[in-house]
Unconditional design. Structure first.
Length: 94
């Protein structure tokens, strides 16, 4: 089974891509069958943003992009496992 979906605008952060991937997974018609592989592919990279920023629209600070860049720099300096999302940490209950 193959399903696809697009994001409404250019995206390069987990916060923008994950909800689309999660939505596809939740909509999958599994009929009781186990899923053994889920893949996400990103495409359409040309180096230029697809949309032009509005001149008169207030722009929000690019928090997701700033955080993603900081995480990339930390991983380059201290190794891939130096930073991870809190949601991936195990608790004492597990």
């Amino acid at each position: 089974m193959t399903r696809q979906a697009g994001v409404p605008e250019s995206a390069d952060t987990v916060e923008a891509i994950w909800p689309v991937a999660r939505g596809l997974f939740r909509k999958a018609d599994r009929r009781g069958a186990a899923i053994r592989l889920v893949g996400v592919t990103l495409s359409g990279f040309d180096g230029e943003p697809e949309s032009q920023l509005g001149m008169f629209e207030p722009s929000a600070p690019p928090t997701d992009r700033v955080v993603a860049d900081a995480v990339d720099r930390l991983r380059e300096r201290f190794g891939r496992d130096s930073v991870r999302r809190a949601a991936l940490l195990e608790t004492d209950d597990e």
